[in-house]
Design a protein around this ligand. Structure first.
Ligand code: CP
Length: 306
């Protein structure tokens, strides 16, 4: 297994063995995330975020600092020279002179792949339109492993916007490497993208549903997503599905006692705040897991961990 110098564009760039290894390294980063390390001293991460982000950008930057490195970058295209007409290819060819690794978020599908074609340094996809969010999938798997002690054998339900939600695309591909049963709960108009569905159905049992009530009692993991208002071509279509599902105390009264609720965040109204205090809620723990998973990825890609 060789990670040094690799791009992370799609979760499908990794095998199951490689994913399991990344999760192991993430676990070994837990003490370093608290006490710090100089493993990446002298290394620089550039974060080029052309779309809003709180968790992905800040956790990548925090992960770099915790390993002794540094981070530079921009959080909106308005303040970068793309505003003057500079294209993505030129932007990464310039930034690679300043940084050892680049994490990029872009509204266009394929943007991270394009950046990787032009850059000599590794490119990490921090979210490419509605397509993929591979590092989110890795931290989601790490969270499931940490909270449930395993991934194989679980019944996992995705709830919400499965068409435009990029996190569920990457996570579905990743889970298809494992022995899981996947339940996809969404409104008709927000069903899982066909190419993802076809790929995962070849490997694991998948059931599409519109009723949340049916899947709550059998699920070990409820992975809830926000309806991605910003990706709807027609606002009227968004209004039709807005608030389709809401996880409340009443919903969870029918859940398995040890089931967990995850969410990549940000949430809007799909999980009631009253759920935060229940033992099911693990979405804020997911945030911490984003740090250790991204520490592992940076250490592996920059060759500090073999
Ligand atoms: N989960 C996630 O990608 O969050 P941000 O949009 O805040 O980065």
């Amino acid at each position: 297994m060789e990670f040094k110098g690799r791009d992370i564009i799609s979760i499908r760039d990794f095998s199951r063995e490689e994913i399991d290894y990344i999760l192991e390294i993430a676990k070994s980063m837990e003490p370093l995330a608290s006490k710090g390390s100089d493993m990446l001293k002298g290394k620089i991460l550039a974060t080029l975020f052309f779309e809003p982000s709180t968790r992905t950008r800040l956790s990548f930057e925090a992960a770099m600092y915790k390993l002794g490195g540094a981070a530079i970058g921009f959080a909106e295209a308005e303040i970068a020279s793309v505003k003057k007409g500079e294209n993505l290819a030129d932007t990464v060819r310039v930034v690679e002179n300043y940084a050892d690794v680049i994490a990029i978020r872009h509204p266009l599908e394929g943007a991270a792949r394009l950046a990787a074609e032009f850059a000599e340094v590794p490119i990490i996809n921090g979210g490419s339109g509605a397509e993929e969010h591979p590092t989110q999938a890795l931290l989601d798997l790490y969270t499931i492993m940490k909270e449930k002690g395993k991934i194989d054998g679980l019944k996992i339900a995705f709830v919400g916007d499965l068409r435009y939600g990029r996190t569920v695309h990457s996570l579905a591909y990743a889970l298809s490497y494992y022995d899981v049963e996947l339940h996809l709960v969404s409104p008709e108009s927000l069903k899982m993208r066909r190419e993802v569905l076809e790929a995962i159905k070849e490997k694991i049992p998948v059931k599409e549903e519109t009723s949340l009530e049916k899947v709550v009692p059998i699920s070990d993991v409820l992975y809830v997503t926000r309806i991605q208002k910003e990706r709807f071509p027609d606002p009227a279509e968004y209004m039709k599905v807005k608030g389709s599902y809401k996880i409340t105390l009443e919903t969870l009264s029918k859940a398995k006692k040890d089931s967990i609720v995850l969410h990549p965040l940000p949430r809007v109204d799909e999980i009631a705040s009253e759920v935060d205090q229940t033992p099911h809620a693990r979405y804020f723990k997911q945030v911490w897991n984003g740090i250790v998973t991204r520490m592992a990825l940076l250490a592996l890609i920059l060759g500090a961990v073999k």
